[in-house]
Ligand binder design. Structure first.
Ligand code: ADP
Length: 243
């Protein structure tokens, strides 16, 4: 939430946003399982101008051994932005932001995984941001779920993620880069669509309670749509295998 966008009109007289979307409209999304044959499972998600590859390895024995949990597996997500993923080159390597995102993604995915089935093991999920354009943690979490499903990790369900935010005083779904830079608030959510559980909730900026509820309404509807796309992507891979 950079602020400073006071001169921008985020929603025009026809109710359209800067990129022509309606307030409750997602950016175009494409998902495909596979792409990293050496991994146990992988997925590529293109979402607006974001391009994210996720690869899952495991369950496998966790090294070093002192990090092992005797009763369950750890789900360890490593989120990384490629240096070329943004126009002004991101300095390579981990930083506070990528560590934070890795942690919240790990917690969200641990929640749906039957970790008790794999004592002392690790399930490693690498989320590589190849091209970034706002909302990468949501795209990364959506892609990571698919990579884990592709790897056959036993899960209660998959996680679906999308954000809503506030721009020019309006609540809108799935902020674009410009909206993210100049908007007033961003609310990324990860959820289990079938149960309605929220497994990731972060908020940057300020919203009133009524605005928050409106944003959650947009997110819940969009999450159902995205979940449908995730299921279709999984089915597409299985029908390929069966063919
Ligand atoms: P998210 O990508 O989940 O929305 P942020 O709100 O932290 O996470 O980042 C918003 C956007 O800002 C990113 O999607 C990316 O386009 C851009 N961005 C983040 N970090 C950097 C960076 N180090 N250099 C350039 N752009 C960045």
């Amino acid at each position: 939430m950079g602020g400073g966008g006071e001169d921008l009109t985020f929603i025009d007289d026809e109710g359209k946003r800067l990129d022509g979307r309606k307030p409750n409209e997602l950016r175009p999304i494409k998902m495909k399982l596979g792409g990293v044959p050496n991994a146990d499972g992988s997925a590529l998600v293109e979402w607006g101008d974001n391009k994210v590859m996720a690869a899952c390895y495991g369950p496998r024995e966790l090294h070093p051994k002192h990090k092992q949990h005797p009763m369950r597996a750890l789900v360890q997500v490593t989120y990384n932005m490629a240096p070329f993923s943004v126009s002004d080159r991101k300095r390579p390597g981990p930083d506070r932001r990528s560590q934070e995102i890795s942690k919240v993604l790990s917690e969200a995915l641990t929640h749906v995984t039957f970790v008790e089935q794999f004592p002392k093991a690790t399930i490693d999920v690498y989320v590589e941001i190849l091209q970034a354009s706002a909302g990468t943690r949501c795209v990364g979490l959506t892609a990571a779920s698919l990579a884990m499903a592709d790897a056959g990790i036993p899960m209660r369900d998959i996680v679906t993620s999308v954000a809503a935010g506030k721009v020019g005083g309006e609540i809108v779904l799935d902020l674009s880069k410009e909206e993210d830079n100049f908007g007033e608030a961003d609310l990324p959510i990860g959820m289990v669509v079938n149960s309605g559980e929220v497994v990731l909730l972060q908020m940057d900026g300020h919203m009133t309670t009524a605005e928050f509820e409106k944003a959650m309404g947009l997110i819940e509807d969009a999450a159902k749509e995205i979940y449908g796309m995730q299921v279709d992507a999984i089915k597409a891979k299985y029908s390929e295998v069966g063919a």
